[in-house]
Each structure stands twice: as C-alpha cells, then as structure tokens.
Design a binder for this molecule. Sequence first.
Ligand SMILES: *Cc1c(COP(=O)(O)O)cnc(C)c1O
Length: 370
Amino acid sequence: MADLRAQYQSVKEEVDRAVLDVLATAQFVLGDRVARFESRIAAVCGAAHGVGVASGTDALLLPLVAMGIGPGDEVIVPSFTFVATAEVVCLAGAAPVFAEIRPDTFNLDPEAVAAKITPRTRAILPVHLYGQMADMGALREIADRHGLRIIEDAAQAIGAEQRGRRIGQAGDAAGLSFFPTKNLGAAGDGGMVLTNDAALAERLRNLRFHGSGGTYYYANIGYNSRLDALQAAILEAKLGSLDRWNEARRANAAYYRQALAGTPLLLPVEADGNRHIYHQYTLRVPEGVDREALRAHLQKRGIASAVYYPLSVHLQEAYARFGEGPGSLPETERAQRQVLSLPVYPELTAEQREHVAAGVRSFFTGRETA
Ligand SMILES: *Cc1c(COP(=O)(O)O)cnc(C)c1O
C-alpha cells in the first residue's frame, strides 16, 4: 500500500545530506532545525504556530491536556477512525462519545455531533479521514454555539483544503502525524500540533518538555514528547516534494475514477469545495459483492489492498464501555463492512495502476488479465 524504498530513492540526496548534517552538528533534540521545520510546516498549512512532538498520537493528546480537558469531560469523536483518535481522549482522562459519520465522505456528520452534546461536552475531535477534511464550517458553527473546542485529527490530511481553508484553520488546534506511510513521513515516529493560538502553543512547548522550559523548575506535570532533530531534518528535506506527491495521489485517484467507472464499486466522493489528498483511495464494495473474494482475486494478481478499518472503535473490546454497542452506529458499521483501499501512493507507475484497475475489473467480468 506504500513504496517507501522508491520514495527514498526519489529524495535520497536531500535526505542523506540532511541526516549527515544533523550528525555533524550533534544537536539531536529540539534546537534550531526543529524550530525551522516547525515554522515551515506552519507556513505550508497557513497556521501561526507549529509545535513538534513525538508522534501524531501525542499531537492530539497534548492539545487536549493543554486545554484542560480531563476527568468528567466528554469529547465527541468518530468511531470510524484509527484508534488513536479515541485513545487520546481516554489518556487525557476524559470520555470519548462516538458520533455517526456521513456515508459519502466517511467523516463526522455535524447533525449527529450536535445530537451528542451534553453539559459535559468540552470538545469535538473530527478526523479528516483518508485525506479529505470533515465539514469544518458546520462543526465550527456547532462548537461556537455550545462553547466547545475543536481539535482536528489531521494525521491523514497534510495538504488538504476546504473552501480555500487548510487544516488547522477552523479548529483550535490540529494534529499531524509523520508516521512513515503518511503523506509526509519520517524515518520513524513524529508529529506536530498546528494552532493559531499563541498561548496554547506556549503551553504545548512546555508540556512536551516535562512541563518546564528546560530550567529544572516544573509548573506542570508534562511529557517527554519532542520531535527529534533527525526526523525534522528528514521531513524538511522531503517537504519540497509534498505538493508533487499529493498531486500524484490525486492523479492516481482521477485515473481510478475513470478506469473503475464501469464496475459496481462505489468510488470515493470528493465533496464540494474539497481538495482531497488521497492518503488512501478508499471505495465501497456494495452489499451483495464479496469483499474478501475481491481481495483474494487481487492478491492472486500481486495487487495489494487493505481495509481501514475492519472494526470500528465503539466495537473494540477496550472501548466498548464508552459506546452503545453493535447497531448503535449503522453508517459506521456499514462502512466497516464495505470499505476497501487500493494502492494510490505517488510512486505508483502508470503500468502498476493499470494493472490494479485491470485486476479489479476482471473480478467483475470474469476475464483473466496478465
Ligand atoms: C496515523 C494516525 C494517527 C496517529 O499517528 P501516529 O503518528 O501513528 O501516532 C492518529 N489518527 C489517525 C486518523 C491516523 O491515521
């Protein structure tokens, strides 16, 4: 579903130079390079501040903690997401409240969110799933009406836009992940919080460094959650390619749109006003078509596919007590039964994507392909 070796070959010179430079300067934790990368990412996303942290998960956890969200509080999240979205709410000591998604975009349904608000609700944590932003205009309106914060899970969405607004603009903070397979990936773990709130940024810088400014005096109980200079250097070396990579993903998605148009599959929808950056190309296998048989058919032809995610968070053993059980989120549960992701990564060659599309089509026509 990704080709990280091909990606490295395409940026090897810049990345190697950056790594050797960090080794030579021996500034490994935070420092000028990390600060420069934080500014560059913030600028790319149109945010005032970037705060580098150890992972995308921490880029969601630290804002919750910095906003004082904890025991007794509720945070509204989708259940159709990677587990970290709900995990961080629990780690902060608050309770995740699962809201339904919209069937077209797989993202939080603002009406469903509004219906889940209680006097304990403190924040909404929307996910920009697969690289397309949730309906931020509607969510901001709901949040403002009820005095709630918004923390965007933008782990899959660096470079996405909605009506000219980028990630982190409608929310109070947004968390990015630099996990190696994300659209901008490190050589290990890394993350960043984007925010326009200077006071919040300051508090995040304090929290990531044990709750101090590095002075050995502690006003807060904090974390060790910093972005390594090596990762920042590698990411900065790759940053110049991000737009090109996102465009290549969009071109692959556009290709699949026409190449798979004749099949019964329900292809991804780019909602009005959105720039989807296709972290994943995720379609629906309709009721009556056997998803596992299609996957086996593809695998026989050497074609990767994946199901993100096979079991929604409210049905997971560890999180069931926060949800209302099977049947409580019908759209979420339908999505989990139907979704299938095809390779869409930027290094995919024209021959490879033709092979993918031909493999998918042959499942329905019964015709064999080479
Ligand atoms: C990857 C991801 C995360 C977590 O990021 P890490 O860097 O792996 O900690 C959180 N939310 C979503 C939706 C993700 O895809």
